[in-house]
Design a protein around this ligand. Structure first.
Ligand SMILES: C[S@@+](CC[C@H](N)C(=O)[O-])C[C@H]1O[C@@H](n2cnc3c(N)ncnc32)[C@H](O)[C@@H]1O
Length: 319
């Protein structure tokens, strides 16, 4: 089933007023095994590599989870810099705390809280990063406006989001759910255009957006049901549980059929594709002087140097 056109896809998801509590409980349950997968270490490495963090800087890692971004950021900012990792899940934060203590990193502070209502010092950060979590935020425009406020002029925000052509379960499910009248959170930033608009609407200059295949594997057909069981129990899928049972069963069948349609003689080609986007908070400038909007940021040549199948699409930063 084709994805709905961009302009017919609402940026908001169906109301799920208990989302924050459900997300916290879900990640508490996942926290002990979260670091065992290879997707998040690979994705966070790409985000950090592109962010261009320097010694002495101040970094906010929103939805830090087990601290994958915060810990690497703390190494990069060094003793003269500072990192704050914010998350809503005490279980994930406990894992982060354990790793930080093992590494004896003195420059990371962990805070428990909801990123949607976080109140941090205006102009307090050089970088705000958020990996694999912006789609959890009920009001993405408001969250981005908050980050704009928390950044220093000239500071950078960086986030990633699932691409619409990803075969990850959430990205596969979202357009199918939409055809049943339900707007799930997974794919609200599924195009680079949507990432660009979200940044620009919050007042950022768009510095750099690219798209990468983070993981790729051959999935056996026998895993489809496990994929469905995993995604239907995800907090962002919660609105689907209000569907009548026969509608939910049809949706499950659509999901199975969509995944099965990716089968090749070797098995199902499962590609987890993510957009990685950076925006820059403009510096105040004299009347008539244009902001530069330059990339922070590791040179784009470093992305082009990657294996051909990893680099999906790139865009030059505005000059
Ligand atoms: C998929 S994990 C990503 C963790 C980490 N950024 C990484 O890349 O490994 C999503 C994280 O977002 C956190 N999260 C989701 N919604 C949140 C919110 N509203 N406020 C703070 N944290 C939130 C969850 O608790 C979880 O730790």
């Amino acid at each position: 089933m084709p994805a709905p056109p961009h302009d017919s896809w609402p940026g908001r998801m169906n109301d799920n007023s208990d989302l924050a509590a459900e997300v916290a409980a879900y990640f508490d349950r996942r926290s002990a095994t979260y670091d065992a997968g290879d997707f998040h270490p690979r994705l966070t490495a790409r985000l950090i590599e592109a962010a261009g963090i320097k010694a002495g800087q101040t970094v906010l890692d929103v939805a830090t989870g087990t601290g994958l971004v915060a810990i690497e950021a703390a190494r990069r900012v060094g003793a003269s810099g500072r990192v704050i990792g914010l998350d809503i899940s005490p279980g994930m934060l406990a894992q982060a705390r354990r790793k930080i203590d093992d590494l004896a990193l003195p420059n990371i502070e962990l805070r428990e809280g909801d990123a949607c209502t976080a109140d941090l010092p205006p102009g307090g950060f050089d970088h705000i990063l958020c990996s694999a979590a912006l789609v959890f935020m009920t009001d993405i425009p408001a969250v981005l406006r908050g980050w704009h406020r928390f950044l220093k002029p000239g500071g950078y925000v960086g986030f990633d989001a699932p691409a619409g052509n990803s075969t990850a379960a959430g990205a596969t499910l979202a357009p199918l759910a939409f055809s049943h009248g339900i707007s799930l959170g997974y794919a609200r930033l599924r195009t680079r255009e949507a990432c660009r608009e979200a940044l620009a609407d919050a007042g950022f200059e768009v510095a750099h957006i690219h798209t990468e295949i983070i993981t790729q594997r051959i999935m056996p057909l026998s895993e489809i049901d496990a994929a469905w069981a995993g995604i239907i129990n995800h907090p962002l899928s919660r609105p689907l549980l209000d569907l009548p049972p026969d509608t939910l069963a049809r949706l499950r069948d659509d999901f199975r059929a969509k995944i099965a349609s990716l089968a090749t003689p070797e098995g199902i080609v499962d590609r987890n594709i993510m957009h990685i986007a950076f925006g820059r908070k403009p510096r105040p400038c004299a009347l008539g002087e244009a902001g530069t909007g330059r990339a922070p940021i590791a040179s784009l040549a470093s992305f082009r140097g990657r294996a051909q199948d990893e680099a999906v699409q790139h865009e030059e930063p505005p000059r």
